[in-house]
Write a protein that binds this ligand. Structure first.
Ligand SMILES: [Zn+2]
Length: 83
């Protein structure tokens, strides 16, 4: 193994750039060392942001669908005596 500085005592969060002990990081099996690159508070903030964003997107989508349906309905209900 290399003689590079190991971070047994902690790691730096990729978001807040703070050096924190390893127990401040959630586990992530996708990461090479098995820990998240973000500390717990940042991790939470990120997922909260993601959730909020997803919720607004979903909201916007359903609103768009609602108006599309309304438009379709209006077209269907239009009397055919226009010709
Ligand atoms: Zn952080």
């Amino acid at each position: 193994m290399g003689d590079l500085m190991t971070e047994h005592d902690g790691r730096r969060c990729a978001r807040c750039r703070e050096h924190k002990p390893r127990d401040q990081f959630n586990r992530d099996s996708y990461e090479r060392d098995g820990l998240r690159i973000y500390c717990r508070p940042c991790d939470r903030a990120i997922s909260a942001e993601r959730y909020a964003k997803k919720r607004t997107e979903l909201c916007a989508n359903s609103r768009a669908r609602y108006w599309r349906n309304q438009a379709l309905k209006a077209r269907e209900n239009k009397p055919s005596d226009q010709f």
